[in-house]
Design a protein around this ligand. Structure first.
Ligand code: XLS
Ligand code: MG
Length: 345
């Protein structure tokens, strides 16, 4: 189907299959090998963590970082790829054990901000104005460990530093209610948007809605998207799927609950998502069982499911839908939608 959509994923979405209970089960692909796959799989955007783009950046100065990023930019140009965003990886360094921006240790908080400014610089070198903030460890395991009011002040301070560092940079907060911490401070879209309003330039702070994260918060991802669209805050999305309230599964988009996926495509398409250059981002993991040769099928599948659901969305008999809504016949509407999803008229 002809559409305006452009798709992106991150290099971490092609991985070796290690989990918390066992080691890698597949050989690694080099970054260069992964880059060669994007176009083949139907993707043109790359989502970067700062150190995917510039490995070992903590050991480099500004000039060193710029040099590496420029080199990468040439490679991307050569492959016909673009950077969608850069995200600071703020959950692996020893200084982020107790959180990054909300750590109780001022030296650790200062490191997190420094590192985020490096991310902004890398984004500029890679030709994108979007930074994603997944606030991984900004929360607690025990409630008394931190001050939840102060935590918000610290988050605002960090975001303001990035906004001041580059007057054109835009920040997409990626909310998630838990994991790796027990409770995070910015668990939902509403929290993220409200946080943006406390910042120095709210127009440049929006959200990245990940389907699985919304589901883990007990919410419907398409409603979260509608909320963000109404606020003009849907800067990007991380589509995937999730089988109930478990660990963050990052399953292929549409592979668990087709109707839930259909509704995400429906709301995005209805309100022209993507027409201002937003990407359809996927954040998905291959199942651990996949052999190396078949370990990128989750990426082609998710894109295919999106485009097939788009056909269903655009093929809906809107007159019939409107008629059923006018009659308040939601049982009839239920049948119409399920029939459409099953290819029946
Ligand atoms: C983890 C997050 C992460 C972000 C980017 O759950 O989804 O992958 O998308 O930092
Ligand atoms: Mg994500």
């Amino acid at each position: 189907m002809q559409s305006h959509y452009r798709f992106s994923f991150g290099p971490w979405n092609i991985h070796e299959g290690a989990d918390s209970f066992g080691p890698a089960v597949r050989d690694s692909m080099t970054f260069g090998e992964k880059l060669k796959l994007f176009r083949k799989l139907g993707y043109e955007g790359i989502q970067f963590h700062d150190d995917d783009a510039v490995p070992d950046l903590n050991g480099l100065d500004g000039a060193g970082i710029a040099k590496q990023a420029k080199k990468l930019m040439e490679v991307l140009d050569g492959e016909g790829l673009v950077a969608e965003f850069v995200a600071p990886r703020l959950w692996e360094d020893a200084r982020t054990i107790d959180g990054a921006y909300t750590s109780n240790d001022p030296a650790c908080r200062a490191y997190a901000i420094r590192r985020s400014l490096m991310t902004v610089d890398i984004a500029n070198e890679l030709g994108t104005k979007l930074v994603v903030l997944w606030l991984a460890r900004e929360g607690t395991y025990v409630r008394e460990a931190k001050d939840s009011k102060k935590a918000v002040d610290y988050l605002v301070e960090a975001i303001d530093s990035m906004l001041a560092h580059d007057p054109a940079i835009r920040i997409a907060i990626e909310p998630k209610p838990n994991e790796p911490v027990d409770h995070t401070y910015i668990p939902t879209t509403g929290h993220a948007i409200a946080l943006g309003h406390l910042c120095s330039d709210p127009s440049r702070v929006g959200v990245n809605i990940e389907s699985a994260h919304a589901i883990l918060a007990g919410l419907d991802p398409s409603d979260e998207m509608g909320f963000a669209l109404a606020h003009k805050k849907l800067f990007t999305v991380h589509l995937n799927d999730q089988n109930g309230l478990k660990f963050d599964e990052d399953r292929s988009f549409g592979s668990i609950d087709l109707r839930r996926a259909f509704n995400q495509v429906r709301i995005l398409d209805k309100y022209g998502y993507g027409k201002k250059g937003e990407f359809v981002g996927l954040d998905i993991k291959a199942m651990r069982t996949q052999k190396l040769e078949a370990s990128t099928k989750h990426l082609s599948n998710s894109r295919t499911f999106f485009l097939q659901l788009l056909e269903v969305v655009r093929g809906l008999d809107q007159k019939a839908v409107d008629g059923l809504i006018a009659e308040r016949d939601y049982e009839g509407l239920d049948l119409l939608i399920v029939n459409a999803l099953m290819g029946k008229r």
